[in-house]
Design a protein around this ligand. Structure first.
Ligand code: MG
Length: 158
């Protein structure tokens, strides 16, 4: 019998001036970027947690504590590669992964295929196994005031 597991990952980072805006390792031109101990790659972090949740192997805060100076300005796509190695070693394969980015600015959709390609390359899967949507928060709350960006990710493993 084939076993399937779903995973859910969510993340949010504040947006501040003087930081790069990074999604899945892609730096997107923007007036503000994610504030974080690491590079603040909100999408990479949410993907890590979705994969870890589906496989029951922990969560990103546990494996890569922000209190550890080793992860200062860490490249989160390297962490994602590391997470994926753990998950694969436990015997799991990716069926698909679906993500939603929520922010007012910058506009994300013109970068969709580059972001999908970055994730697919990191996970060594086909690009059609990875999808991405982007929404605004219609001006509501801190995301709507351009003060934060959030990512929601689900994945299916077998
Ligand atoms: Mg994060």
């Amino acid at each position: 019998m084939m076993h399937y597991r779903v995973g859910l990952g969510q993340d949010l980072h504040r947006l501040v001036e003087g930081r790069p805006f990074v999604l899945a390792g892609l730096e997107i031109p923007a007036s503000k970027g994610e504030l974080a101990h690491s590079d603040g790659d909100v999408l990479a972090h949410a993907v890590c947690d979705a994969l870890l949740g589906a496989s029951g192997l922990g969560d990103i805060g546990q494996l890569y504590p922000p209190s550890d100076p080793k992860y200062k300005d860490a490249d989160s796509m390297l962490l994602l590669g590391d997470v994926w190695n753990l998950v694969r070693k436990a015997g799991w394969h990716l069926v698909n992964l679906d993500a939603v980015i929520i922010c007012e600015k910058p506009k994300i959709l013109e970068y969709r295929d580059k972001i999908r390609a970055n994730l697919a390359t990191c996970l060594n899967v086909d690009i059609d196994q990875v999808f991405l949507k982007a929404k605004t928060n219609e001006g509501c709350d801190e995301i709507g005031r351009q003060g934060a960006v959030a990512a929601n990710v689900v994945c299916l493993l077998n």
